[in-house]
Design a protein around this ligand. Structure first.
Ligand code: GDP
Length: 523
């Protein structure tokens, strides 16, 4: 098989959801369909058992959550599908955001009884910034749910995302009878396992469904289809591919119902690895030279190696183990001799890989998040990964001041890994910023265990951060309002912290000349 054919078959996506919407259950069902696992419960079991092998993941074991993210791969109808696993707990971190910069599409799981929830909104923003296709799976139809039309309206209202219903539920909870696939003109029957009815030319308005589903549900379904056919967004594949329209599916991950039509359409419409923007143009997956970028660095995944593991997305060319590449940031030559698959349960050495693959490269401290490796002569820089504003802040200092050196080293390394944001104020206090509480716990744990530096952490009463955009008045210190403070990031760029949105609004009204931005690109 040529590289081109193999690339065309690859699909890399991430699943985003609010905790408990059913991300793990859906992942598991997808893996079951792909034959990657044999029993339900495996993904959960992995979360609780296998990952606990490594030492700092004790935290993960204690809390029963997934701090790490890895790749789960399966084959389905000739496609090689990789699901990038992201931490699902409320205590998610910046990692979750960054993982999404490496995927080509996303699946958004929504609880049909709850609609769009807070964490989904945050993760959705990252996906929409990248304009990747977003597929929506509205889950738990076997339970009492919101009106499906309200669920669709919710997507539009809460996310500003136009959507088009591909499948549609017939009833819900106790009255749940099936899923109607509008494009294929078929009904999947819920109570009759594997029961599928092909509808005639008149679709739900013909007589095929009469006597098969209840009159009440048929009435409602016909009414809803009239509305959707008349006023809903029409199906538009190009808009889906451009990330401007989300195809919506309904089902029950737990009952493995509605998952088959979802997977089938998803694989048909989701994109294969495409070109990636660089600072000087574009890299195509079919380009001969080898290139890719690091989107995540993970420490000590294997306790036998104290090394770090860099997660690398290949964007062009072919990787062969032992190859020589250049690290564009420093110009340094690197030999890629230690590489690994990132599949959930296996860590096998990888010998070759192509564009669209994600591999792990062992790192003894050379790499940073966002780094490019290439065997091309000229340097190459992919579009920078965005930095996201943290929402939680802590002041931190070493308990034993004689260990200040270890402390500094640890702080620097963890900042480099992207595990946490590190700032300082004018008194040179170290201030940490995170998007999830867990990042602080991991920070404290690792500083104590890996750098032998115990720390004291003191929560700060800020929750909103904004960078001061270039072109604003220089001496921002003069412009503070009550319950705000000024810190600097590691590029010495000023960042204002505010107690809450109200304080921020107050500031913006008072000092319109200071331009604030939510995200800045990494230099
Ligand atoms: P995650 O936090 O998004 O990964 O959610 P999980 O997959 O762990 O699911 C959270 C809870 O919802 C679990 O108790 C699941 O068994 C349950 N659940 C998931 N999908 C469904 C579904 O389709 N129907 C019902 N009734 N429960 C579900």
């Amino acid at each position: 098989m040529s590289n081109l054919e193999a690339i065309q078959k690859r699909r890399i996506f991430g699943i985003i959801s609010h905790p408990d919407a059913g991300k793990t259950t859906l992942t598991e069902k997808l893996l079951l369909h792909g034959g990657a696992i044999r029993e339900a419960g495996t993904v959960k079991a992995r979360r609780n058992a296998k990952f606990a092998k490594s030492d700092w993941m004790e935290i993960e074991k204690q809390r029963g959550i997934s701090v790490t993210s890895s790749v789960m791969q399966f084959e389905y109808e000739g496609k090689v599908v990789s699901i990038m696993d992201t931490p699902g707990h409320n205590d998610f971190g910046e990692d979750t955001y960054r993982i999404l910069t490496s995927v080509d599409s996303a699946v958004m799981v929504i609880d049909a009884a709850k609609g769009v929830e807070a964490q989904t909104v945050k993760l959705f923003k990252v996906c929409s910034m990248r304009q990747i296709p977003i597929f929506t799976f509205i889950n738990k139809l076997d339970r009492q749910s919101k009106d499906p039309l309200d669920c669709m309206a919710d997507l539009e209202d809460a996310l500003g995302l136009p959507s088009t219903a591909v499948t549609w539920p017939i009833g819900n909870g106790l009255t749940f009878e099936g899923i109607y696939d509008r494009l294929e003109n078929k009904v999947y029957l819920y109570k009759q396992k594997d029961g599928v009815i092909e509808l005639g030319a008149n679709g739900v308005f013909g007589d095929t469904l009469e006597g098969v589903i209840s009159d009440a549900n048929l009435d409602i379904l016909r009414g809803e289809m009239e509305l959707l056919d008349g006023a809903g967004n029409p199906f538009d594949l190009q808009a889906i591919k451009d990330g401007k329209l989300s195809p919506v599916f309904f089902g029950s991950a737990l009952a493995d119902f509605g998952v088959t039509p979802f997977l089938k359409h998803f694989l048909e419409w989701s994109p294969a690895p495409g070109p990636r923007k660089t600072t000087t143009g574009e890299v195509k997956p079919t380009d001969e030279f080898f290139s890719g970028f690091i989107f995540k660095i993970q420490a000590n995944m294997n306790p036998a190696h104290r090394d770090r593991l860099a997660f690398f997305r290949i964007c062009s060319g072919t990787f062969t183990r032992g190859m020589n590449v250049t690290l564009s940031r420093t110009g340094k030559q690197m030999k890629l001799s230690q590489s690994t698959h990132l599949m959930a349960n296996e860590r096998e050495t990888v010998e070759t890989a192509i564009a669209g693959d994600i591999i792990g490269i062992y790192d003894s401290g050379n790499y940073q998040i966002g780094d490019t490796l290439t065997d091309r002569k000229e340097k190459l820089f992919f579009e920078p990964l965005p930095t996201f504003p943290p929402e939680l802040f802590m002041r931190v200092h070493p308990i034993n001041s004689l260990k200040a050196k270890q402390f500094q080293k640890g702080v620097q390394q963890l900042a480099q890994e992207g595990a946490i944001q590190v700032y300082h104020n004018e008194f040179n206090d170290v201030i940490l910023g995170a998007v999830g509480q867990l990042q602080f716990e991991v920070f404290e744990y690792r500083l104590t265990n890996e750098y032998n530096s115990e720390v004291r952490m003191e929560p700060l009463d800020y929750s909103v951060a904004r960078w001061v955009a270039p072109g604003s008045p220089k001496d921002v210190k003069e412009y503070l309002v009550a319950r705000s403070t000024l810190v600097y990031d590691h590029f010495e760029r000023p960042l204002l912290l505010f107690a809450n949105q109200y304080t921020l609004n107050n500031f913006m009204q008072k000092y319109p000349e200071v331009k604030l931005v939510e995200a800045l690109d990494v230099d």
